[in-house]
Design a protein around this ligand. Structure first.
Ligand code: FES
Length: 148
């Protein structure tokens, strides 16, 4: 039995400990806001917070998530009104939207660690989150807006 907390709720599961956390979130917990992209830790679509730190849920075995606090895009803010989400709306960041939960989880982790990131800080923190639509300039603008 593995126990973990997801978006403030206690979960316990008989799932195998080597199951990727992403599989658990999407297929067992039905939290499908977290996306599957590459499945290998390269794209960032699956980014969640584990104890407040952005991590790739496709590359974290469920056993490592045991007894930890997981936050997904569904749990970031009650009404989808986290400051990052508000900035994303203001700057009309998403295009197809697929990578955006991961982008937002990465960005919100950055800002909680560093509320006033420089341009270089933003580039460094966000470089591992890929976007096929090329929304990078709007992501950057939204984050610079938040950093001011
Ligand atoms: Fe996890 Fe791409 S799906 S990094």
């Amino acid at each position: 039995m593995i126990e973990l907390t997801v978006n403030g709720e206690k979960h316990s599961t008989e799932a195998e400990g080597d199951m990727p956390l992403l599989w658990y979130l999407r297929d067992i917990a039905n939290l499908t806001g977290t996306k599957f992209g590459c499945g290998a830790g390269f794209c960032g679509a699956c980014t969640v917070h584990i104890d407040g730190t952005a991590q790739r849920s496709c590359s974290v075995p469920l056993s490592e998530a045991a007894n930890r606090e997981i936050t997904t895009i569904e749990g970031l803010a009650v009404n989808g009104d986290h400051p990052v989400q508000q900035a994303w709306a203001k700057h009309q960041v998403p295009q197809c939207g697929y990578c955006q939960p991961g982008q937002i989880m990465q960005a919100s982790s950055l800002l909680s660690d560093n509320p006033a990131p420089s341009s270089a800080d933003i580039d460094s923190a966000m470089q591992g989150n890929l976007c096929r639509c090329g929304t990078y300039p709007r992501i950057k603008a939204a984050l610079l807006d938040l950093a001011e």
